[in-house]
Design a protein around this ligand. Structure first.
Ligand SMILES: *Cc1c(COP(=O)(O)O)cnc(C)c1O
Length: 472
């Protein structure tokens, strides 16, 4: 398996060669040159496998430069009952009491209570392996407003050859998220609270990343959502959810996916291309509806950060969906020149419109439909699910359930992806239900744990100096 760039300007590369890179050298994203496909017989064989064996079968066709025994070992060390609460890793529950045909795939039972753990935990093992093999070290620099930073830190803590420098807006995360990150005391984890907002943190990461000499000298890397290995790990739970919800491999099933950077739902698109009988992929946005607008109209209009609204499903408050370029590459028939031309518009701050184009005409074949939800929708969904089932869902998951119910056709089975636990977004749950969601074991008094973090001004050179003195 070799990987090329969505913009057509990268010679084919192997998996480990793209693993630690951010963007491809031409500014595009790495995509596999072909998509492995499971036929009916292969699906029948996969159906009986446990999570780890299934993960190996789904991931290994994309990775041919790691010996299979080593790959299997890394997967086995990642997907343990100790890390994910049960050997099922991503258990399926029923939402039939809310509406017949609805299911919930629990993706948030990992160490930081959000679905990002499923991919990030495996990235920790993978990075450690790749660095040891090359005799290299890596300093990961990132910016976070919550979920990504803690998932990355919990995945990389204690890993050999890896240091993490995570910038977050000082006082800008929820109290739970702050406690979760800052209570990590592993010596290879550095929390830096920036006096500023999330965009200031992001700007510093960009400024450091464009200082190529610094970046090379200190081996700066990232773990952002465009990382191909992260997407690959997410493909697995679509298979797991499908097998759990069906009795045979001719039953079509749909998925509803709360979306921001388009990583999670793109993994569903890959699963569908691999032959999993997915009927439809229902994309849900919150008030930041740039993706819903595209699927309704064909127009992709990324917003500036000033136009991005702060909502009660904050992990979906994005206005430029970084993985969306991979999907457009697919509907453009793998035409890198076409994608490059479209993203020249995006990078100049403009929109592009595919209405009436051959590309947009292919969207129905990919099974995508979309919807958006508001704060009021979110509160109502949380209340209705709680009243019908006694279960509390988080705000992002509620956005997905709302769209699933809106788009579901009679007889259609829809698996809603649970992307976080409600304990992470207490305030909105209290607003909806008048009660505090119970905390999972081990998180009861996380606010009281000792904290380790630095407070710094929004100044890239100060951050660079800090990295120079603490880098691996
Ligand atoms: C990151 C995140 C999302 C959005 O997922 P994408 O892969 O960026 O589309 C949704 N919900 C939660 C809780 C998240 O942390």
């Amino acid at each position: 398996m070799r990987y090329v760039s969505t913009r057509g300007g990268m010679p084919p590369r192997a998996f480990l060669e793209i693993l630690l890179e951010g963007l491809a050298p031409d500014g595009g994203l790495a995509v596999p040159q072909s998509c492995p496909r499971f036929d009916r017989q292969a699906l029948d064989r996969l159906r009986g496998l446990d999570y780890r064996a299934l993960a190996f079968e789904v991931i290994s066709p994309f990775v041919d430069d790691i010996p299979h025994g080593e790959l299997r070992g890394m997967i086995d060390r990642t997907y343990t009952a100790a890390a994910f609460g049960s050997g099922d890793i991503t258990p399926l529950s029923s939402l039939e009491a809310v509406e017949p045909g609805l299911r919930l795939l629990e993706l948030s039972n990992g160490p930081t209570l959000a679905f990002k753990d499923v991919a990030m935990q495996w990235l920790g093992h993978l990075f450690e392996y790749a660095l040891a093999r090359r005799g290299e070290t890596l300093n990961i620099l990132g910016a976070t407003s919550g979920d990504t930073g803690s998932a990355a830190e919990y995945a990389m803590r204690g890993k050999h050859g890896i240091r993490v420098f995570m910038l977050s807006p000082h006082g800008g995360m929820s109290p739970f998220q702050t406690a979760q990150m800052f209570s990590l005391t592993d010596p290879n984890i550095h929390n830096i609270a920036i006096r500023g907002v999330f965009d200031d943190c992001q700007d510093i990461v960009k400024a450091v990343g464009t200082d190529l000499a610094f970046k090379a000298r200190w081996r700066i890397g990232t773990v952002n959502s465009i990382n191909w290995a992260r997407l690959l790990a997410q493909v697995v739970y679509y298979f797991k959810g499908y097998f759990a919800a069906t009795r045979g491999n001719d039953e079509p099933v749909s998925f509803a996916v709360p979306s921001g950077n388009f990583g999670n739902i793109y993994a569903g698109h890959v699963a569908r291309r691999m032959g999993l009988p997915i009927r439809r992929l229902m994309l849900a946005t919150n008030e930041n509806d740039v993706l819903d607008e595209f699927f309704r109209t064909g127009r992709y209009r990324p917003r500036g950060s000033a136009e991005t609204r702060r909502t009660s499903s904050p992990s979906m408050d994005i206005s430029k969906a970084s993985n969306f370029e991979r999907y457009v590459f697919d509907i453009a028939g793998a035409d890198g020149a076409r994608v490059a031309a479209l993203w020249r518009e995006v990078e100049a701050g403009r929109a592009f419109d595919l209405a009436g184009s051959p590309e947009f005409a292919r969207v129905p074949d990919t099974g995508f439909v979309s919807g958006a939800s508001s704060h009021a929708d979110r509160l109502r969904t949380i209340r209705e699910v709680h009243a019908a089932t006694g279960r509390i869902v988080d705000t992002h998951t509620a956005d997905g359930i709302k769209v699933a119910r809106e788009r579901r056709e009679p007889g259609e089975t829809v698996i809603c992806l649970e992307t976080a636990q409600p304990a992470k977004f207490e305030d909105t749950i209290v607003e909806a239900l008048g009660l505090r969601p119970p905390r999972p074991q081990g998180f009861e008094s996380i606010e009281q744990a000792p904290r380790r973090f630095e407070v710094m001004d929004a100044d890239a050179s100060a951050v660079k100096r800090y990295i120079e003195t603490h880098a691996s």
